[in-house]
Design a protein around this ligand. Structure first.
Ligand SMILES: C[S@@+](CC[C@H](N)C(=O)[O-])C[C@H]1O[C@@H](n2cnc3c(N)ncnc32)[C@H](O)[C@@H]1O
Length: 295
């Protein structure tokens, strides 16, 4: 896995992030002294307070903390009745179960992207979040570049990838291959896409921007509530679709809640519908019959 930082966030974006963060009442909490430098750097980047060695239950100066602990980096709501932490997790739980027993290339996401035997498109996930969808695609053999613009979400995702890589090096060669196919780019997709020359276009661009009402399972609800608090509603998401269509080789996939309106009000080439979500597929060109995994 290569975690690359293309370049620093530009000033305008830093100001927007700072405003969102201030409204959200967020702090960094470091409970593991060897990582204090990292905690200080994040607090400085986000212009938010740094708290040290406290329990999130008892903090009342911030509604959420980015908790930097020995085991992981987590987004944690404060207070006694807060739900559990949100973190990027690739070695256990639902994501790991799906990798092992989730239906492989038969999954709707695989069909949407066009993965089949001999066809492994290079995917750009322009709204990476906690990397769950990217992980599914990488576990099926695709190289995935993940773009994430929220510094908090970037920290969670980079931490999850590093922990998974450390675990996999010792215990799971197949997982290591999957993680090595995932590259995190800390950037805004709009500027990232503009920077690509035609020979750098990905085969498929995957979009899953925030949407106010999503699936209602307890886990998704908890994660989405925390996400909404930190990254807002991705109000600028419509602009991503035409941009993606202009910077891709074969197709753009948009994941939406099943009943949600079309992104940018644009009619897709076709749709795949599941129980709670659907994939809108915008075809630019037919995928070839052979597309080897690493080119
Ligand atoms: C709903 S989440 C994606 C969840 C992801 N598909 C997963 O499986 O974990 C949307 C994410 O996209 C990010 N995002 C939205 N617009 C973006 C943009 N223009 N550039 C980079 N990241 C963006 C948000 O910060 C948020 O973390």
């Amino acid at each position: 896995m290569i975690v690359s930082i293309l370049d620093k966030l530009d000033n305008a974006w830093l100001i927007i992030v700072a405003v969102i963060i201030m409204t959200n009442s967020l702090a960094v909490l470091c409970n593991y002294p060897p990582l204090l430098n990292q905690a200080e750097a994040l607090a400085l980047q986000l212009q938010i307070p740094l708290l040290v060695d406290q329990s999130a239950d008892t903090i009342d100066s911030a509604e959420f903390v980015v908790l930097i602990a020995q085991e992981s980096i987590q987004l944690q709501q404060t207070g006694r009745k807060a739900p559990g932490p949100v973190l990027a997790e690739f070695t256990e739980g639902a994501v790991d179960h799906r990798r092992k027993f989730g239906g492989g290339k038969g999954q709707m996401i695989a069909k949407a992207v066009g993965i089949k035997s001999g066809v492994y498109p290079r995917v750009l996930d322009a709204t990476a979040g906690l990397g769950k969808d990217s992980f599914v695609l990488a576990s099926l053999g695709c190289e995935v570049t993940m773009i994430e613009r929220s510094p908090v979400v970037q920290s969670l995702l980079a931490d999850g990838l590093l922990r998974a890589q450390t675990f996999a090096r010792e215990q799971d060669a197949e997982l290591l291959q999957t993680i090595n196919r995932m590259q995190l780019v800390m950037h805004d997709s709009r500027t990232y896409l503009y920077s690509l020359s035609a020979d750098q276009f990905p085969d498929v661009i995957y979009l899953d921007p925030m949407f106010p009402e999503r699936q209602k399972t307890a886990d998704v609800k908890k994660e989405m509530a925390a996400f909404h608090h930190i990254v807002g509603k991705d109000e600028d998401a419509d602009a991503l679709l035409p941009l993606a269509l202009a910077h891709v080789n074969y197709r753009v996939i948009v994941k939406r809640p099943r009943k949600a309106p079309l992104l940018n009000n644009q009619t897709p080439s076709y749709q795949l519908e599941g129980k709670s979500s659907r994939y809108d597929i915008y075809t630019v060109k037919k995928l070839p019959d052979v597309l080897p995994p690493a080119r």
